[in-house]
Write a protein that binds this ligand. Structure first.
Ligand code: FAD
Length: 440
């Protein structure tokens, strides 16, 4: 059993924690930074390519993003691109595939034409694609199709990421540049955090660590640790699991669909799978699952602790489920998990992308797909979609990062770094970060 002191302890070796480790080791003069990960390897949970859609979100094909959100996500995606391009193994980190969002029927086509006018000034590579342009890139989208279609897309942009490889790369680069200052602790599970003096004492299965600052980037578990310390009690959690279906390769790149404005969760898409050559992956579905970690039944009691059911949670749930569109959508997504019926039901949704897809082409991707920890904001009685940070200003940060958290990892880590620098008064090489990651 070890006992040791560090300046910053980061809990969670997914891409969020790994990105922060890299930034602190490269751009600050902090003496010692520890990264604690409960599993034997980095990036094994939501960050792993089998559990997410592997999309480097840039905002151009995601119709659930406003222009403001799209521009912000694109900026953080570019940080990741600048980082990856400076690495020797860049070809294993980011990938170029054609990408598009497909509009089907008059209403969606009109929406995409309008969106093109607003978005294209911010996305110079974006093209408005008519049916014949679509057929030239993705023939399967037009074969057997009767409805009108239009798409917005680009053909030679970086659209895909191996987020787990990126997380491992952050840790390797932090260790290479930071030497002894970087303290990587795998197989180390946080049990509790207690205030002690001007810092904190972390109890783990491998002994105790004291730290001047603690950042918890442990997926849905971040909220659990925050609440155990008395923070974030205005939040509850609605874990949304995403499952996928495989087909033989029917697409050449990423094909997103237009968001239904009545639904809070992103519409399904078809993607190449960088971990499964020769296959196309459709999804993710959106299933409410009472777990903080997918495929880990032991996280059920922990979920009950963060659920903290009360009248406000009941009201948010009631408001959500009283809408017919959402009720039907939730029901359908539950059926997407039930053997026998699920393939037939999912086929209809997938045929919106590839009309000629057949039932025998489709197989449920068992064991694939993670969980997006969506917060329920009890005070404002609504869902808090997207990333959330609880930072009480006393040397603690708790990060919850559903999609596009992997794409935004360096942007989120930069925000954490600024709070750490302010609190610990350490040196920060802002100019180097601006040059290397923002290209300024
Ligand atoms: C279905 C699906 C599709 C998605 N698609 C995309 C996409 O295409 N593009 C995109 O940008 N984002 C996508 N996301 C979101 C993305 O996967 C997450 O935002 C990102 O992986 C979050 O990284 P993280 O490091 O915060 O969390 P995680 O990757 O979940 O890492 C948390 C880590 O904390 C560790 N941990 C937990 N508890 C403890 C403890 N007590 N002690 C020590 N360690 C602990 C875990 O083992 C884990 O390694 C998707 C998510 C889902 C579920």
């Amino acid at each position: 059993m070890n006992s040791s002191h560090v300046d910053v302890a980061i809990v969670g070796g997914g891409i969020s924690g790994a990105a922060l480790l890299y930034l602190l080791s490269r751009y600050t003069d902090l003496g010692r930074v520890a990264l604690l990960e409960k599993y034997p390897a980095i990036g094994e949970v939501n960050t792993h390519g089998r559990n997410n859609s592997q999309t480097l979100h840039c905002g151009d094909i995601e119709t659930n993003y406003t222009l403001e959100k799209a521009v912000q996500v694109k900026k953080t995606a570019q940080m990741l691109v600048r980082y990856a391009q400076a690495q020797e193994n860049r070809d294993q980190l980011l990938f170029r595939y054609p990408k598009m969002v497909l509009g089907v029927g008059e209403r969606e086509c009109a929406e995409l034409r309008e969106r093109f006018d607003t978005f294209s000034p911010h996305f110079p590579a974006m093209r408005l694609m008519e049916s014949k342009d679509i057929a030239a890139v993705e023939p399967a989208l037009t074969e057997g199709r009767e409805e009108a279609i239009v798409a917005l897309g680009s053909q030679d942009e970086i659209s895909t990421a191996n987020f787990s490889a990126l997380a491992k790369s952050f840790v390797e680069q932090a260790q290479a540049g930071g030497g002894e200052r970087v303290d990587l602790r795998l197989n180390t599970q946080l049990k509790s955090i207690e205030a002690e003096g001007e810092g904190y004492r972390l109890t783990t299965n491998q002994g105790e660590i004291t730290a001047r600052f603690v950042v918890v980037s442990a997926g849905g578990h971040s909220l659990l640790y925050a609440q155990r310390m008395g923070y974030g009690r205005q939040f509850s959690c609605l874990p949304i699991a995403g499952s996928f279906y495989y087909t033989p390769q029917v697409l050449n790149g990423k094909v997103y669909t237009v968001q239904n404005p009545l639904l809070p969760f992103a519409a399904i898409h078809g993607d190449p799978d960088i971990l499964e050559a020769g296959k196309t992956r459709f999804g993710p579905t959106a299933l409410v699952l009472p777990l903080l970690e997918r495929h880990k039944l032991s996280s059920f009691p922990e979920y009950l602790q963060v659920l903290r059911p009360d009248m406000q949670v009941a009201k948010v749930m009631f408001d959500l489920f009283k809408q017919k569109a959402i009720r039907n959508y939730m029901m359908k997504n539950t059926l997407f998990e039930i053997p026998v019926v699920r393939r037939r039901l999912f086929l209809k949704d997938a045929q919106k992308i590839v009309p000629n897809l057949r039932l025998e082409d489709l197989s449920f991707a068992g064991g694939i797909g993670g969980i997006r920890p969506v917060l329920i904001d009890k005070e404002n009685r609504k869902l808090h979609l997207g990333e959330a940070r609880i930072a009480p200003g006393n040397g603690l940060i708790f990060n919850m990062t559903p999609s596009p958290g992997a794409t935004s990892c360096l942007g989120n880590a930069e925000n954490d770094l600024r709070l750490i620098v302010e609190h610990l008064h350490c040196r920060f090489d802002e100019a180097a970060l601006q040059t290397e990651l923002h290209g300024e």
